[in-house]
Design a protein around this ligand. Structure first.
Ligand SMILES: C[S@@+](CC[C@H](N)C(=O)[O-])C[C@H]1O[C@@H](n2cnc3c(N)ncnc32)[C@H](O)[C@@H]1O
Length: 159
């Protein structure tokens, strides 16, 4: 993201907050793997963002680093199995594979990324969470009320 895009994006989210007089909310545009926080959070959420990272392992490591011990990470990602055979009965799979092939994978490859793609899937994402140090991974597939999504709730171990 260019600095101009960053300024436009941040002013677009700041204006409605100012209009409502909200002072306890902060927005930052950062490259996730480089994310550093002065004080750890008790919880972090991400929505459809990890499969689009050029460096998803680095992004998850940064989120893990940003959490206090015992902190909770809720990750929402597209509902998929990591293996094609596991998606044959998923009615939304053809649409999601098409989106992934035409947009997510080429954009990611252009950034020199690992190109997980929209169909990264539960197994691969669970392995990435585990490798980043998350534990107690609970997966809800599909997410309640959203057949296109899967929810992963995990924690940073206390010790
Ligand atoms: C599918 S969009 C989801 C956007 C939003 N979270 C939502 O649910 O509508 C994926 C997002 O990941 C962001 N993204 C990809 N790589 C990133 C990185 N290295 N650092 C920060 N954001 C990144 C993209 O800019 C994009 O906004």
């Amino acid at each position: 993201m260019s600095s101009r895009q960053r300024r436009r994006c941040c002013s677009a989210v700041w204006r409605p907050l100012a209009d409502r007089g909200l002072t306890n909310v902060d927005f930052q545009a950062v490259d996730t793997p480089r994310w550093q926080v002065p004080e750890p959070f008790d919880a972090v959420v991400s929505f459809d963002a990890i499969d689009d990272q050029a460096d998803p392992a680095g992004a998850l490591t940064a989120i893990h680093r940003a959490l206090a011990p015992g902190g909770l990470y809720l990750m929402l990602e597209p509902h998929a199995a990591s293996d094609l055979a596991g998606n044959l009965d998923v009615p939304t799979a053809p649409l999601l594979y098409a989106m992934s092939t035409l947009h997510c994978v080429p954009v990611n490859l252009a950034e020199g990324g690992v190109a997980l793609g929209t169909m990264a899937g539960t197994e691969k994402l669970t392995d990435l969470l585990t490798a980043a140090g998350f534990a107690d991974i609970q997966t809800t597939v599909p997410a309640p009320g959203d057949p296109l999504a899967a929810i992963f709730v995990s924690r940073k171990p206390t010790a």
